[in-house]
Design a protein around this ligand. Structure first.
Ligand code: COA
Ligand code: MG
Length: 309
């Protein structure tokens, strides 16, 4: 196992929308939406009796080229049922055949869960750029988040992103679901920390009350402050506020540009720390600024439809 954390490309994942895979109206709607990613759900939003139909709808959507015709840069993720469920095998085969960007695995509780999916994908000769996203949504998942994220250090790993499953976490723990998430916050931070330790992206949980725009905006603000890369969403009305909260505003962009340009001055060449208008700025801030500008550039390319895949 290598000690080096694989460096991953910067991808905007401000807004990642779930939709039930069998919901034809939602599938129709997707091409007009401005989310950074779409999660086609075969799990909780699909009733046990409708799993086959949802899988079939997904095959059609991808098979007919409708997924490929979605706006450039929109990541396509398929959420399969839990490995312990009777549907996981068929879901995995269907998902792999659709060739999405990633497969989202629910209720991941140990590194072995990731290995099992990696092995299953290997056996079907899945393309190497098919990534794995993991839902952290159970007490064991939170407790083992660091060990699970460590799988991101294995050579050739597909593990790419953690997604918090807030509704399951609340159900499994009995924690109170309150505005500001006071009791949940420490577990959310644990998940962020685990992801960061091993270079994974990490997405915040959904906000169920999709008509409450103020509550949603507040929770986006909290999630951004906690260090999440973006939020998972359940309704189109949540896309624009999430893009705003997890995007890069003009002030942040101008500041990042000033840091990059200051370090580029000949007199600052080779210096570890500089004075920028009365503020100490170190090379670590330069790294943050460069990454932020790369992300801003990706977002702008996405907005201008310059990304084709
Ligand atoms: N993706 C794409 N389109 C969606 C959507 C979604 N997640 N949620 C709603 N829409 C569409 C609706 O189809 C409707 O389109 P139409 O005007 O063409 O009919 C429009 O947006 C307005 O929807 P609205 O009437 O406000 O809500 P609804 O009653 O149709 O749906 C939910 C409400 C909660 C059932 C729906 O948003 C949903 O299924 N969300 C995702 C749930 C999910 O995947 N959960 C699993 C992860 S937690
Ligand atoms: Mg769940």
């Amino acid at each position: 196992m290598s000690n080096k954390i694989p460096s991953r490309p910067v991808r905007p994942r401000r807004s990642v929308l779930y939709l039930p895979a069998g919901n034809a109206r939602a599938l129709d709607k997707l091409s007009g939406l401005d989310c950074d990613g779409a999660i086609f759900d075969l799990e909780d939003s699909v009733a046990p009796g409708a799993k086959d139909q949802a899988r079939e709808a997904l095959r059609e959507f991808f098979g007919q080229g409708r997924a490929a015709a979605l706006p450039g840069g929109m990541e396509k993720i398929i959420r399969i049922n839990a490995l312990s469920s009777p549907w996981a095998g068929e879901d995995l085969l269907a998902a792999r055949g659709c060739r999405p960007d990633a497969i989202l695995v629910p209720k991941v509780e140990a590194p072995e869960d990731i290995t099992a999916i990696e092995d299953a994908l290997e056996q079907t000769d899945a393309p190497l750029n098919l990534r794995i996203w993991a839902m952290i949504e159970t007490p064991l998942g939170v407790m083992n988040a660091g060990r699970i994220a460590q799988a991101a250090r294995s050579d050739g790993t597909r593990l790419d992103c953690f997604v918090v499953g807030g509704n399951d976490l609340i159900k499994e723990t009995g924690v109170a679901s309150l505005p500001g998430r006071p009791w949940l916050a420490q577990w959310l931070m644990q998940i962020v920390l685990a992801a960061r330790a091993y270079g994974l992206d990490v997405l915040d949980a959904v906000y169920n009350d999709f008509r409450d725009q103020d509550g949603f905006a507040a929770e986006c603000g909290d999630g951004q402050a906690m260090g999440f890369d973006g939020k998972t969403l359940i309704h189109p009305a949540q896309i624009e506020p999430a893009n705003r909260a997890f995007g890069i505003d003009d002030t942040a962009r101008v500041e990042a540009e000033a840091i990059v340009s200051a370090f580029a001055q000949p007199e600052n060449h080779g210096r570890g720390v500089i004075n920028l208008d009365g503020r100490m700025v170190e090379r670590l801030h330069l790294e943050v600024a460069e990454r932020m500008l790369e992300k801003a550039q990706r977002i702008s390319a996405r907005d201008n439809q310059e990304i084709t895949s």
